[in-house]
Design a protein around this ligand. Sequence first.
Ligand code: FES
Length: 164
Amino acid sequence: MAVRESVSRRDFLNRSVVVSGGALFTIGMAGCGSKSAPALSGTMDAGTDGGGAGSMEAPSDADYRKPVADLPELAAVGGVTRVQDSGYDFYLVRKSESEVIALENICTHAKCPTNYQADSSSFLCPCHRSQFDLDGNVSRGPANKPLNRFNAALANGVVSVVFS
Ligand code: FES
């Protein structure tokens, strides 16, 4: 049984660097005292994978992997799809040709699952009407924390997510 551990938005951003080509690299945090995310490594070679992503390596210990071609909602930038896998409920959001983010679908107010609202490009919680933007940030309370982000990558045409 998987042990769930939240990764705060700050932790995720602290471990990630977006380089000029748009690829996302995760870097180690030696001495930071927090659990390190799996390292993403590789070189940029955008446009050669058929998926529109760079050719950096996907995390070898990803909990979820799927070819982006099998996720038609993510064909275009701004696309969103909901995934329920291995007991996890999350959204994948196509942020750019080379970036997909994964947002855990648990409202940070009182843990209700949200619903994607295509007309407003947001996630709406049916319990108390909190609303989150496509980056998971709160756009309307009562929630006051963003949706949890999982470590995600789009590499070689494959979306990978680590649930830790
Ligand atoms: S549980 Fe989502 S707004 Fe209260």
